[in-house]
Design a protein around this ligand. Structure first.
Ligand SMILES: C[S@@+](CC[C@H](N)C(=O)[O-])C[C@H]1O[C@@H](n2cnc3c(N)ncnc32)[C@H](O)[C@@H]1O
Length: 333
């Protein structure tokens, strides 16, 4: 490299402030939490205690840990409220869904190879990838999203809505609407390999009477007459696809809606510069594990798609709940 081509801007450590002790402690704890959970999963500890309550010594023998290691790992998991210690000195899961929830975290272990472009467990932007990833996952997502979905339903509900739920998964968003208004009718669209999970979630909620199911790909399936729906839900779907695909999807959804009908997109949004907020950009890092073409998009991008796709009066609402969801609505011209 010639002298002229050398980088002119260098990071000067003396120009930046040091990380405060408080932030260093938070980051240290985050690394420890991640390492504890991944160790418990990979070493079979979660599976072992889900099978039967156990003392650390027994798990050490079964899972190939040292006594010291098992004791420290169990104490850490108890400190995280993932395990609890019974009066019989045995540890057991502190919640009924520990094993299922822990599976949600497993893909993080593949982050490095995925960042290097070496392998991705499944690409959810493809039908095959989505059908391998989502059948078991969506029930978990449905439970995690319930609080936000109930709030969104309060904003969207109107009497006798005909609703299209695109990429419904366990249908948390439309179930909240259906639960709120018995006159609401839902058409849930899902891929053939996932629709059984959608049907199961609706059955569990006891709301089958309000649902129809359409099995197929949201980009080309026949989901009914044009201009026949009042509301289209597109929840946590756009982040799987690239911009071109999302614009196609928005245009298809617009065709399905009657003039004056609304689209309701739910997603996690970054700032316009893509440098925060923290839960959104960490979520986006996890997305790299699941899609080769998708990402999270800022509000201006959704506005652009909706404008191009035939919508006006675009609005946004932040939804309460454990995930920082934004509800974006637009009205069909
Ligand atoms: C992240 S999940 C979100 C599910 C649900 N909307 C929610 O918010 O809980 C994405 C869902 O979209 C479905 N999906 C992905 N690609 C699809 C496509 N091309 N057509 C229909 N559904 C699709 C997946 O099977 C999965 O259930």
């Amino acid at each position: 490299m010639t002298e002229a081509a050398a980088p002119t801007e260098r990071v000067r450590p003396d120009q930046a402030l040091p990380i405060t002790p408080a932030r260093a402690a938070v980051l240290q704890e985050a690394c420890a939490v991640a390492a504890a959970i991944h160790s418990a999963l990979d070493l079979g500890v979660v599976a072992r205690v889900t099978e039967a309550p156990a003392e650390p010594a027994a798990v050490a023998a079964d899972c190939g840990l040292t006594q010291q290691g098992a004791q420290a790992l169990f104490s850490a998991l108890a400190g995280l409220d993932l395990l609890e210690l019974g009066d019989d000195d045995r540890f057991r899961p502190a919640s009924s869904n520990l094993a299922e929830l822990a599976e949600l975290f497993r893909p993080w272990a593949s982050l490095q190879p995925v960042l290097r472009g070496e392998s991705r467990p499944a690409d959810a932007a493809t039908t095959a990838g989505a059908e391998s990833l989502y059948p078991r996952l969506v029930a978990q997502l449905g439970a995690l999203f319930r609080q936000s979905a109930v709030h969104a339903a309060g904003l969207l509900v109107q009497p006798r809505l005909q609703v299209l739920d695109v990429g419904a998964g366990a249908a948390p968003w439309s179930l909240a609407l259906a639960g709120r208004d018995p006159s609401c009718r839902i058409t849930a669209v899902e891929l053939p390999g996932v629709i059984a999970s959608t049907r199961a979630a609706v059955r569990r909620a006891g709301l089958d009477d309000q649902y129809e199911f359409v099995e197929g790909n949201a980009f080309d399936v026949d989901w009914g007459e044009p201009a026949s729906y009042d509301l289209a839900l597109v929840a946590n779907l756009c982040h799987l696809f690239d911009g071109e695909a999302n614009l196609r999807l928005v245009r298809r959804v617009a065709e399905a809606l009657r003039p004056g009908g609304r689209v309701a997109i739910v997603d996690i949004l970054p700032t316009e510069r893509g440098d925060g907020p923290r839960p959104a950009v960490l979520y986006a890092l996890g997305l790299v594990l699941r899609t080769g073409s998708g990402r999270i998009y800022p509000y201006s991008t959704f506005r652009h798609w909706l404008g191009e796709g035939g919508f006006e009066d675009t609005r946004r609402h932040n939804l309460p709940g454990p995930y920082p969801f934004t509800l974006i609505t637009g009205r069909r011209r």
